[in-house]
Design a binder for this molecule. Structure first.
Ligand code: KIV
Ligand code: ZN
Length: 399
């Protein structure tokens, strides 16, 4: 690669840039809007987490959005992440983004224009040639105001691939430094992603002078899989959000992609700058700010992500956690895993919990108590420590 990116210089081999769009695409989820103070707190947390680029908003969208982008840009006026603002491919949007991001040490103007036949015909009412001209005009204008310009092909994954190559070539010639191919409606399969990125990277002249970026939506639950497929095919920036929030079913989840790269470094040989131990607190901060908790079974940050209820699993985890845990809970910010006692739990976990609670029981007492525990567990979804104490206090004394 002969990249000399205005914000990242010569990108280290294997380094993946994390472009966080929690404050822009994430905020576009119904009910998830944040005020200025909340956005500043999130921006700080994302910086501490190690995100490389923060998309702070869509400057032209409203005076409030402009102010948020500008305030975040001011906050990072000396160093810190690249600060991006989204713009459609018109002068007013681009100038608003340029103005709002100007205070940042490393500002980026992000331009989006649709390239699928459907979007061009129905939404833009533009021909292919007009779209190509607009790419040249808009990217050139942005380059007069910022060294770092990202160009995105909206609905890129449903665009004709030869035409997409022409669009990308045009954007690079006009001065774009990052090329983003969104799967705007979450339609692609991982194999499609691989084909799109490998074709662009191999066919477009000067593709090696820019950073390719993936931006995947989760309508089919494939956003993270598609993101991994894109980086396996050569993308070096991924666009994602905390807790996977975003339009409709959301965007690729930052914590899932970051931990997939870390946990499967053996296979992928790629790394991010994410401080994984800060993942959980960042996820919780977002949930607190927006008032939306993540579902219990959410990978990495859901409350069941490191909880074990079945006897077979509990027995394995008590012997060696790596039997059923592919990463440690501590590595993403949990203090510990949890052994949840319920009807699927086994004797080993029950005995272990009794010990933790300070009960020393012989084999016969254990058998009796375990039987009573199973009866109770059939009636109650989760058996808490107080239930166990009450259960055994009748028949055994504390050791
Ligand atoms: O999903 C999408 O196409 C987008 C673009 C604005 C990058 O969010
Ligand atoms: Zn999007």
């Amino acid at each position: 690669m002969s990249i000399n990116h205005p914000s990242f210089g010569k990108l280290e081999a294997g380094r993946i840039i994390i472009f966080d769009t929690t404050l822009r695409d994430g905020e576009q989820s119904p009910g998830f809007s944040m005020n200025l103070d909340e956005k500043l707190r999130m921006a700080e947390a994302l910086h501490e987490l190690g995100a490389d680029v923060l998309e702070a908003g869509f400057a032209i969208a409203s005076p409030g959005d402009f102010e948020s982008v500008q305030s975040i840009a001011k906050r990072f006026s000396k160093d810190g992440p690249v600060i991006a603002s989204l713009s459609r491919a018109n002068a007013a949007d681009i100038l608003a983004s340029a103005e709002a991001t100007k205070p940042a040490a490393r500002p980026r103007i992000h331009i989006v224009l649709a390239t699928s036949d459907l979007h061009m015909r129905v939404k833009l009412r533009m021909t292919r040639e007009e779209v190509l001209e607009r790419i040249t005009e808009s990217v050139s204008l942005a380059r007069n105001h910022a060294a770092d310009v990202e160009w995105s092909a909206e609905d890129g994954s449903r665009s004709d691939l030869d035409f997409l190559c022409r669009c990308v070539d045009t954007a690079i010639k006009a001065g774009a430094t990052t090329i983003n191919i969104p799967d705007t409606v979450g339609y692609s399969l991982p194999a499609d992603m691989g084909l799109i990125f490998s074709t662009l990277i191999n066919k477009v002249p000067d593709a090696d002078k820019v950073i390719f970026s993936a931006h995947n939506h989760n309508d089919l639950g494939l956003a993270v899989a598609n993101t991994l497929a894109a980086i396996q095919a050569g993308a070096r920036q991924i666009e994602c959000t905390i807790n996977g929030i975003g339009e409709r079913a959301g965007n690729a989840s930052l914590e899932e992609v970051a931990m997939a790269l870390r946990t499967r470094h053996d296979a992928l040989k790629l790394r991010t700058g994410i401080e994984s131990k800060r993942i959980l607190r960042t996820s919780k901060l977002l949930a607190t700010i927006t008032g939306f908790d993540v579902q219990p079974n959410k990978a990495i940050v859901g409350r069941n992500a490191f909880a074990h209820e079945s006897g077979i699993h509990q027995d394995g985890v008590l012997k060696d956690a790596s039997t059923y845990e592919i990463m440690t809970p501590e590595s993403v910010g949990w203090t510990t895993n949890s052994i949840v006692l319920g009807k699927h739990s086994g004797r080993a976990a029950f005995r272990d919990r009794l010990k933790t609670l300070g009960y020393e029981v012989g084999d016969n007492q254990l058998n009796d108590a375990f039987k009573r525990f199973k009866d109770l567990a059939d009636r109650k979804k989760v058996v808490y420590d107080e239930d166990i104490a009450a259960l055994v206090d009748d028949e055994v004394g504390r050791g």
